[in-house]
Structures are given as structure tokens and as C-alpha cells.
Design a binder for this molecule. Structure first.
Ligand SMILES: Nc1nc2c(c(=O)[nH]1)N[C@H]1C(S)=C(S)[C@@H](COP(=O)(O)OP(=O)(O)OC[C@H]3O[C@@H](n4cnc5c(N)ncnc54)[C@H](O)[C@@H]3O)O[C@H]1N2
Ligand code: MOO
Length: 401
């Protein structure tokens, strides 16, 4: 089977991936979620002409020239408006957020007023009509579309939805990705290891990758290299309602690489297996009903680079989000060999020097080396059959952080 080019693999994996169905969540739990429906204002804000300042509501004709003496006929705190009418020569003590009483058409701020006692004030600065008044509907009107479908619920969006009187919102269901590690050699972190064993690490990075685009991750643990053990966890994933099943390891050609057989045995239709990418060649993709199955290579760096390139955009789409890789132009700090048929993602340190990005590739690119991946902040992307490059040549970098 020919190796599938990276772009084609991504296209096939994303084919038909659209936002999952909506669900209602209380506003208090809606931060970071994506709207499945627009938010329409259920009220007008402010619902009345409101004072924007602490001071005195008056008639502008009375305070156009100063000094002006007025009689205070009442008080209007926020939440309790004055119900009378402000007549000529009169004022109402008013506070920020209170409705402007009938008859008044301006607010004199209290800094521009002297209290003469006996219910009299003297206005010391002329104040024109409409000053310090927020007109009804200044912010929004009942029926206005305030937030579009697909909007990420950030702090401003949440407060706006609350102000529009929504106690709950309809948001896109968060995709669920079930993660299955495979391998007789693997034990969870914190274990006493036998001589032939290592720690199962990939699930943690894959979980974090999924969560970074708002998905939920269900770590189903480690299956031994036996068909029945792997199949049992695949069934668990299906029962849990996974939208995506990610397997770790067992994707290659060894005698113990059982993933593809098990998944097809469970009903998966294989879409592709093996792509023209380094690291990540054994990547596998198929569909088990509506569930997308991604077989990530076991090598830790390959599993995380493939998560970044394939799993992240898929989960973002299912969650109703836009996701674009952060690709930048940079200069190479070192020469690079001509590339072969696999698109190469070369771990590198990217720094800004004299206003431009400079990428220094690590000299070793073994896909088992997690420490180097953690030290890298970018991946130099080398197209298949890219010619040899010199230090100083332009390159393309996928930024990781
Ligand atoms: N003859 C060939 N051998 C290999 C090929 C090939 O094309 N022909 N491809 C190589 C490439 S590329 C990769 S990547 C690996 C991936 O193979 P698998 O997906 O089958 O992975 P495993 O063999 O199960 O494991 C590889 C390696 O990674 C470790 N591993 C596995 N899972 C985890 C985990 N959850 N956490 C940490 N480390 C894990 C495992 O112990 C192995 O060391 O195959 C090459 N071989
Ligand atoms: O995916 Mo493999 O990394 O090319 O070792």
C-alpha cells in the first residue's frame, strides 16, 4: 500500500466531521463551550433611561446657566425609581443605575452641586440635556441576536448572555475521545517496573491535546498485547459513547501489532494505514459506525506529533471550533539534508533574533525521545523530496507553544 500524503490523510480523517449535537448547560458551566445556537436577547438593556452617575436628575432648562438653585423633591437609588415628576426648579437625588424620573432630562453630577441644606441645592456647572443618561436599549434590544452560533463562550460572551436573561445555553456537545494504550511492556506512572518494562506515557499527552480543544478524554488504561484484551477496551469505548477511539501503539507491522485486526474484527472500516510522514508513518484511520478510530503509533513522539496534526483538528471540528495550526516562516540555523518521500516534522528550537524567527533543529530526531520533544517549541516542516537546505534558508515551522 502506498503511503498516503499528510494532507490527504487529514482530509480523509476530517471528511464529514461537523459539530456534534447541542445540549443545554447552566450558564455557570458554559465557560469555554461553543454555542450551538445563537443567543437572542430576552430583554432590553438598559430597560429604562438610566442615570450613568451619582448626582441629581433635573430639567436641562433649569441648569443651562449657573448658579442654579433647585429643590430636592425625592431620592432614586438603583432598583427603586422615583415615581413622581420632576417639575420646574426641582431635582431628584439619583444614583448610578437608577431610572431617570419623568420630567428630568439631565443628570448633574454631585461634584457640581453644593448642598444648601433645607432640601435646596445649588448647581455650579451648566449641564445640557441628555448628559449622564444611558438611553433605554443603549446596550441591546429585546430580540437582538447578540452572539452567533459557533461563538466560544469567553468571559464577555458569558456575561452578555447572562445580561440577556439566559439561565442556560445550548452548546455543542464536547466530543469524547476514548484512549487505549496497548503493550505488554507498559505500566502506569508510579509503578515498580520489571526489567523489560517501561512507563505508559502517551495517554497523558494525548489527553492534554484533546482537552486543549475542549474535548473530553476517557483513559481506558493499558491492554495487554492480546486480541481479547484490546477488544474488551474497544467495546468499553463504544459503550461509553466515544466519538473518537484512539489506540496507542500496535499500529505497525510486528507480530504483536494487533490493533488493526481487532478494530476491523469489531466492525471498523479501514480508511487508511501508513502515511508519508516522519514521525508517524504507521498512523491508521478507520470508522466504526459513527466512531472515528485513530491508531496512533506507539513511539511517544510519533503519537504526540500525530495528535497535534490529526486528532486536534478533528476534535476541534466535532466540538464546533475552528482550528488552524500555527505555521510560521523562519530561517534555518543549520543545514538540512535532502528529504525522502515522507513529510518530515523536525523537532527544533525556534527563537526570535533581530525581528525574525530562527529554527535550530535537534541533531537527533529519534521518535522515542520525549525530552527532546518537550525541549522543542516548534517542528520544522520538510516537504517530501525537499532538496538539501543551507543555514539561513527559509523554512516553515509549526509552532508547538
Ligand atoms: N519493520 C518495521 N518496524 C517498524 C516500522 C516499520 O515500518 N517497519 N515502523 C516503525 C515506526 S515508524 C514506529 S512509529 C513504530 C510504531 O509502531 P507501533 O505503533 O506498532 O508501536 P509499538 O511497537 O507498540 O511501540 C513502539 C514503541 O513505543 C513504545 N510505546 C508504545 N505505547 C506506548 C505508550 N502508551 N507509552 C509509552 N511508550 C509506548 C513501545 O514500548 C515501543 O518502544 O514501529 C516502528 N517499527
Ligand atoms: O512514527 Mo515512527 O516515528 O516514524 O518512529
Amino acid at each position: 500500500m502506498a503511503l498516503v500524503p499528510v494532507a490527504e490523510a487529514l482530509e480523509r480523517l476530517l471528511d464529514g466531521a461537523t459539530a456534534l449535537s447541542g445540549e443545554s448547560v447552566p450558564l455557570a458551566d458554559a465557560a469555554g463551550r461553543v454555542l450551538a445556537e445563537p443567543v437572542v436577547a430576552l430583554r432590553t438593556q438598559p430597560p429604562f433611561n438610566a442615570s450613568a452617575m451619582d448626582g441629581y436628575a433635573a430639567r436641562s432648562a433649569d441648569v443651562a446657566s449657573v448658579p442654579a438653585r433647585l429643590s430636592v423633591i425625592g431620592v432614586a437609588p438603583a432598583g427603586r425609581g422615583f415615581t413622581g415628576i420632576v417639575g420646574k426648579g426641582e431635582a431628584v437625588r439619583i444614583f448610578t443605575g437608577a431610572p431617570v424620573p419623568e420630567g428630568a432630562d439631565t443628570i448633574v453630577i454631585q461634584e457640581n452641586v453644593r448642598d444648601l441644606s433645607g432640601g435646596q441645592i445649588e448647581v455650579t456647572e451648566p449641564t445640557s440635556a441628555g448628559r449622564n443618561i444611558r438611553r433605554a436599549g443603549l446596550d441591546f434590544l429585546h430580540g437582538d441576536v447578540l452572539l452567533e452560533k459557533g461563538r466560544l463562550l469567553d468571559p464577555a460572551a458569558l456575561s452578555l448572555a447572562a445580561s440577556a436573561n439566559h439561565p442556560s445555553l445550548t452548546v455543542v456537545r464536547r466530543p469524547l475521545v476514548a484512549i487505549i494504550a496497548t503493550g505488554d511492556e507498559l505500566l502506569p506512572p508510579g509503578s515498580e517496573l520489571g526489567p523489560d518494562q517501561i512507563i505508559s506515557s502517551n495517554a497523558y499527552g494525548v489527553t492534554a491535546t484533546a482537552q486543549s480543544v475542549g474535548a473530553r478524554a476517557l483513559d481506558l488504561g493499558i491492554a495487554a498485547d492480546r486480541q481479547d484484551a484490546i477488544a474488551a477496551l474497544v467495546r468499553k469505548a463504544v459503550e461509553a459513547g466515544a466519538d473518537v477511539i484512539v489506540t496507542l501503539g500496535g499500529a505497525s507491522v510486528g507480530d504483536h501489532d494487533l490493533i488493526q485486526d481487532v478494530l476491523t474484527g469489531e466492525g471498523m472500516r479501514l480508511d487508511f494505514w501508513k502515511i508519508a510522514m516522519r514521525p508517524g508513518k504507521p498512523l491508521m484511520f478507520g470508522r466504526l459506525g459513527n466512531i472515528r478510530c485513530i491508531g496512533l503509533p506507539g513511539n511517544p513522539v510519533a503519537s504526540l506529533v500525530c495528535s497535534q496534526l490529526f486528532l486536534k483538528p478533528l476534535l476541534a471540528r466535532l466540538g464546533g471550533r475552528n482550528y488552524r495550526q500555527d505555521i510560521c516562516a523562519a530561517r534555518l540555523a543549520a543545514a538540512m539534508h535532502a528529504n525522502d518521500l515522507r513529510q518530515d516534522y523536525v523537532r527544533a528550537v525556534v527563537r526570535e533574533e533581530a525581528g525574525q524567527l530562527v529554527a535550530t533543529p535537534f541533531s537527533i530526531q529519534d521518535s522515542s525521545m520525549l525530552r527532546m520533544l518537550a525541549d522543542a517549541n516548534g517542528l520544522i516542516v520538510r516537504e517530501p523530496f525537499a532538496p538539501a537546505a543551507e543555514a539561513g534558508d527559509e523554512c516553515s515551522v509549526l509552532m508547538l507553544r
